[in-house]
Design a protein. Structure first.
Length: 219
């Protein structure tokens, strides 16, 4: 977005194949380096964007360009298909002459009826639900939203596909705050209640690596 059960549950997801283990024939594969870039500021500002496809503001473009100015080198770019990620990825891929692909599994958590609303607005309309979600996002799902456990499986499966295809490469992954929080919480071994406490600002660039045995660590 308890306790040791949350962290062990994510590790169990890795052991059951949600994060790639080894190559064919049981031979280990090399680690995949993922540089995680969150999109910049968007037109919805502080609202819960989720599946809404709002565009970057000019500041948002500037934040992302500044973040990658001294980054890399990368072999390829993988992006969420939502335009706040994909349009920047297309621009950067063209500028750096890199292959770029869209990965639907890296889209943001779908917030259901909460999409487009700010936390301040939700405090007026659904304070109880917001409090439950903040306390343990795995235990409470926004009305008509995507359960965080399903979101976790979706994201980790996407990482598994990337490891299988690009192990030993360094890849720029352009995505969302929720996706990055999930992967960083996994890397840091945090209990599930602390998912939403992971700080990921607009234009943040952080790195993880996925080992041959599926273990995710922060770089």
């Amino acid at each position: 977005p308890g306790g040791a059960a949350g962290a062990s549950g994510l590790r169990a997801a890795q052991r059951h194949g949600n994060v790639c283990r080894s190559g064919s024939g049981g031979s280990p594969r090399m680690t995949l380096r993922l540089d995680l870039l969150r999109h910049g500021e968007t037109e919805l500002g502080g609202g819960l964007r989720g599946s809404l496809d709002d565009a970057l503001t000019e500041l948002g473009w500037q934040q992302m360009r500044a973040a990658v100015a001294n980054g890399g080198p990368w072999e390829r770019i993988v992006s969420s298909p939502l335009q706040r990620c994909a349009r920047f990825s297309e621009e950067l891929a063209q500028r750096l002459s890199l292959p770029m692909q869209l990965e639907p599994g890296l889209q943001e958590l779908h917030f259901g009826d909460w999409e487009g609303h700010s936390p301040a607005q939700l405090m007026e309309t659904d304070a109880e639900g917001l409090g439950l979600f903040w306390a343990d996002p795995y235990a409470f799902t926004p009305p008509n939203g995507e359960p965080v456990i399903d979101f976790s499986t979706r994201v980790l499966n996407a990482v598994a596909r990337l490891h299988k295809a690009y192990a030993d490469e360094r890849v720029l992954l352009v995505s969302h705050g929720g996706v990055m929080r999930l992967l960083l919480a996994q890397a840091r071994g945090l209990p599930r209640e602390q998912l939403l406490q992971v700080v990921v600002g607009h234009g943040a660039l952080l790195s993880i690596q996925v080992a041959a045995d599926g273990v995710i660590t922060e770089v």
